[in-house]
Write a protein that binds this ligand. Structure first.
Ligand SMILES: *Cc1c(COP(=O)(O)O)cnc(C)c1O
Length: 351
């Protein structure tokens, strides 16, 4: 079962599309030079200073060093992308050819299917079962050799529940392709991350993002964590300057302000508890699903009418009623305490 990562060729190489295995990445001007320099005449940049007259570091070395320390990984195990959406797209490109399939577990994040279809890769939906947990037997039954990636979103968007590392470990043992664990919301959870599984499973890749808890959605900085061979493949496929220098700087500044982020997280978690309790008191609410994320999935008696009523008052939530297992459900992000109270007042008035 467990592979000897150190002395054998990684199992990832065998799973990569053959042309990716041998692809030579574009070599940037800054790749061809290492050392100290005073005059850069190698990249056709405008020499006159502006905040961004130079190309960004294509390898995001400073950012990866900070992330590596924080995550207790080596920089070679970290990919930084233009949002984790870029990592999703690259993972599909690296492992699935047109006609191959990815496996998703709806209701879940929609980008997995969109990324797959954009590359003419098919999507096999195996709906989440009881308690929005993976139906492990159904995945194994439906699985064919064309299924290259399994996407596990934990905590899951839009249901909010965490998938336990034990479950992910079993899924990885039964699914022979790449298992992608999207932990976009893990910072909001008190439960365990799947990060501890990385060292024992080469076929696992974990996605993180600075868009949610870290508060820089506009900068577009996402992260993939995995085996060196996995990260090397993503780096080979990415555009050379995929993360611009303003975004790299923004991410570094934000990581340096971790204390501020932690106190925001604490407040958001308090609001999650308060909002779940207050929403349960409303007659229009049928069920508030437990959440390990910064949103609540709420089943209402008349979700369509409430959705439109909120919108008319300028309050926008996400209508998830058409997702499997989510009849009558709206997904409500946690805002500031004031915003949350306004939502409650609006819902009281509408019922
Ligand atoms: C928001 C979200 C992302 C997108 O992250 P970016 O880094 O902003 O691209 C990824 N996965 C899930 C489940 C999300 O909800």
């Amino acid at each position: 079962m467990s592979q000897q990562a150190a002395n054998t060729e990684s199992s990832i190489d065998a799973l990569l599309r053959p042309h990716v295995r041998t692809l030579v990445p574009y070599s940037t001007a800054r790749d061809e030079f290492t050392g100290e320099a005073q005059i850069f005449l190698d990249a056709n940049e405008n020499p006159y200073p502006s905040p961004v007259n130079r190309y960004p570091d294509p390898h995001q070395r400073e950012l990866k060093a900070v992330l590596a320390k924080r995550l207790e990984l080596s920089p070679e195990q970290i990919f930084v992308g233009n949002g984790s959406d870029e990592a999703i797209d690259l993972l599909v490109r690296a492992f699935a050819a047109p006609g191959d399939r990815i496996v998703v577990m709806p209701p879940t994040y929609g980008m997995y299917a969109v990324a797959a279809r954009s590359h003419d890769v098919e999507v096999l939906p195996v709906p989440l079962g009881e308690g929005f947990l993976p139906d492990e037997d159904a995945i194994e039954r439906a699985h064919t050799s064309n299924d290259k990636l399994l996407f596990v979103c934990s905590p899951n968007n839009p249901t909010g529940n965490l998938i336990a590392p034990d479950t992910i470990e079993r899924l990885a043992a039964r699914f022979p392709g790449i298992v992608v664990v999207d932990e976009a919301y893990i910072d909001f959870s008190d439960g365990p991350s799947a990060l501890t599984l990385l060292s024992g499973n080469e076929r696992l890749v974990i996605l993180r993002t600075l868009s949610k808890a870290w508060g820089i959605a506009g900068a577009r900085v996402g992260i993939a964590l995995g085996h060196r061979s996995m990260i090397r493949a993503l780096d080979t496929l990415k555009a050379p300057y995929n993360v611009n220098s303003l975004s790299q700087r923004c991410a570094l500044d934000r990581l340096a302000a971790a204390g501020e982020v932690l106190s925001q997280l604490a407040e958001l978690k308090r609001e999650r508890t308060r909002m779940a309790a207050e929403l349960k008191k409303l007659d229009s609410v049928v069920h508030v699903f437990p959440s390990d994320a910064n949103f609540l999935l709420v089943r209402f008696r008349e979700s369509g009418r409430l959705f439109r009523g909120l919108q008319a008052q300028g309050i926008i939530v996400r209508d998830r009623a058409r997702e499997p297992g989510c009849d009558g459900c709206l997904r409500i992000s946690l805002g500031t305490p004031g915003e949350n109270t306004r939502l409650l007042t609006a819902l009281e008035e509408l019922q």
